[in-house]
Design a binder for this molecule. Sequence first.
Ligand code: C5P
Length: 234
Amino acid sequence: MNHNPTPFWVVIPAAGIGSRMAADRPKQYLQLGQRTILEHTLNCFLGRAGVRGIAVSLASDDPWWPGLACASDPRISRAAGGAERADSVLAGLERLAALGAADDDWVLVHDAARPNLADEDLQRLLDELGDDPVGGLLAVPAKDTLKRVGADGRVEQTVDRRPIWLAYTPQMFRLGMLRAALLGAAQAGAEVTDEASAVEWLGHRPRVVEGRADNIKITRPDDLEWLALRWDSR
Ligand code: C5P
């Protein structure tokens, strides 16, 4: 048991539609075992000693959230989802600030559609970045041979995979730095696809912490089928 846990806040951007799942509802509300994906994702953080509070960014017309038991959990607050993931994360940060989060506090941003975050990965992220001046993210080294492919569908080049890592979540940054990075990148029109790329845009170099490859983001129907098989046999 960790007697001196790193305190942290959490933002779960959950305002996406997940159109590649081609389901009748956003992917975070699909069932995995006994609960929805979003409930499993939230459960990765609830119950951890260091959690100060969690903001979940939801679409304004989201009809599914109020039906979840965790919607009334006092540790979880709702924030307004935006047009882009970065807008949803910014709204979550503002919600946490309104709850008392300070600029120096750590915030972990984690995809709603990554329900299989292992507790030991979360602990390693907190342990390795707790004293870091920038912060960083869970990531997985590329394991397959990488090809750069032309518009004609033919290989142009085999890319050296050794320095290539896949960016996973949680991504862990201090609230003030992350807010400045996301706002600055938005004002400059820079494309940021995760929190780390916004912080990189500010000129910093986030650290990568190796995580488990099975912390997958459910994106396509076969991702959910794969995880459901593992879930039942856990
Ligand atoms: O679409 P994708 O899987 O890359 O989205 C990653 C995460 O960002 C998901 O949890 C999704 O709900 C969230 N998101 C959001 N607001 C958007 C777009 C995506 O909260 N406008």
